[in-house]
Design a protein around this ligand. Structure first.
Ligand code: DAH
Length: 413
């Protein structure tokens, strides 16, 4: 499923967890946490959080003022601080939320693919690693915040390539309007909220990208109506900056604000940081390598990246490519199948951690006689920090192949 921006999960809190309990597991992506020690690996039959994922939680990259994600976040917060409305700022909510917060409160239907275990990391049947920061909208509204920003790490179980990583960062913004505001202007509530979101969000895009061409594109999110995306023309292409819209009344009603109207937006920090700082691979944000971290300083940002120091790539270590061909398992009676590309990616992530750069389908064919489909995937291994040895990659690849048979039911060819 397309990632940031596109329809995704949502939600707001009903069963409020203690706020601002940021989890500080002292971990690095390459180390592993003992399963028993992790509160994310619960032993519940629906738990699909792996040690690798558990170890990503709590790094708080968005709170580091000299990290590209922190630099962009600070820049956005500074922009909102300069507006007339005062926005409350949150960045420390627990990434573990309930299905109510992440989906139900946000009007996300039961059959939405974002709820599935192949897209989302569950701790139990009702608790998960948030898939978007919209999961905190309702709780902040209920707590009485009528204009706020909320940033955090979010988790999605999806494909592996240079712009996808199972953990990334989003910022959410919400602004509520009172009846007097639309009545005094003589307009409908929904029109007021829609009109009022344009100016601050276009201003935000200029604050980040400078004087660029922009356009509004209709979109769909289950929690807003109307919904739209703001795109800018940057470096020769249209780039989506954020998704937004007028919040569905149901969300406000359930938060006890049924007589008001609101707009909301959500944006992905990695995407913006990658284009503004020329960072070529999303995994770099998680690197502790000084050659990466030393290139950034708090407050270094300049609009549009004009006259701003960009990331200078250091020499890349060579990749190591491994292909794996296999017959897909047949569908179960209910039409389900153990194999999916996301499930394969999880198996690879589990074995390789951040040493995997890309997993891509390179060949597919059907053997009509056998009634079977064959796939060939190429797995690209590469470290951001060192040269890999044949031995270590062979060991990882062997584990991947074994897990593909044991967990995904494929027949290796
Ligand atoms: N939660 C959406 C996503 O992850 C982004 C989003 C879109 C947030 C529209 C919003 C919104 O608050 O109004 O893709």
């Amino acid at each position: 499923m397309p990632r940031q921006g596109v329809v995704m999960l949502l939600a707001v809190a009903r069963a409020l967890r203690p706020v601002a309990r940021s989890v500080r597991t002292p971990v690095r992506p390459r180390s592993t946490v003992a399963e028993a020690e992790s509160r994310f690996i619960t032993g519940h039959p629906d738990c699909n959080v792996t040690p690798y994922i558990a170890n990503l939680v709590g790094r708080d990259l968005h709170k580091k003022s000299a990290h590209p994600l922190g630099i962009i976040k600070d820049r956005i917060e500074a922009y909102f601080a300069g507006l007339e409305t005062s926005y409350d700022v949150f960045d420390g909510e627990d990434p573990v939320v309930t299905t109510t917060q992440c989906f139900d409160d946000l009007n996300i239907p039961p059959e939405h693919p974002g709820r599935s275990k192949s897209d989302t990391y569950y701790l139990t049947d009702t608790e998960l690693l948030r898939t978007h920061t919209s999961a905190h909208q309702s709780q902040h509204l209920r707590q009485g915040h009528e204009a706020f920003l909320c940033t955090g790490d979010v988790y999605r179980r999806d494909e592996i390539d240079a712009s996808h990583f199972p953990a990334f960062h989003q910022m959410e913004g919400v602004r509520v309007f009172e009846k007097e505001e639309w009545e005094s202007k003589g307009v409908e509530a929904v029109d007021l909220a829609r009109d009022e979101l344009r100016t601050p969000l276009e201003g935000l895009a200029r604050h980040l990208f400078g004087d660029v061409e922009m356009r509004w594109v209709d979109a769909y999110f289950p929690f807003t109506e109307p919904s739209m995306e703001l795109e800018i023309f940057f470096k020769g292409e249209w780039l989506e900056v954020l998704g937004c819209g007028v919040m569905e009344m149901q969300i406000l009603e359930e938060a006890g604000l049924g007589d008001k109207r609101a707009w909301a937006f959500g944006l992905g920090l990695e995407r913006l940081a990658m284009v503004l700082f020329d960072v070529p691979d999303i995994r770099l944000f998680w690197s502790d390598d000084k050659r990466f971290t030393k290139q950034f300083e708090a407050g270094m940002f300049k609009a549009g990246g004009v006259d701003m120091r960009k990331f200078k790539p250091y020499s890349k270590y060579p990749p190591c490519l491994k292909d794996v061909s296999f017959w897909l398992p047949k569908d179960a009676e209910d039409g389900s199948n153990l194999f999916s590309e996301n499930n394969l990616c999880e198996v690879v992530r589990d074995a390789a951690g951040s040493l995997v750069e890309e997993v891509k389908l390179i060949d597919e064919f059907e053997n009509k006689k056998k009634g079977l489909t064959s796939n060939c995937f190429r797995i690209v291994y590469r470290s951001m920090e060192r040269s890999l040895t044949d031995d270590e990659i062979n060991t990882i690849q062997e584990k991947v192949r074994e897990d593909m048979v044991a967990k995904l039911g494929v027949e290796l060819r």
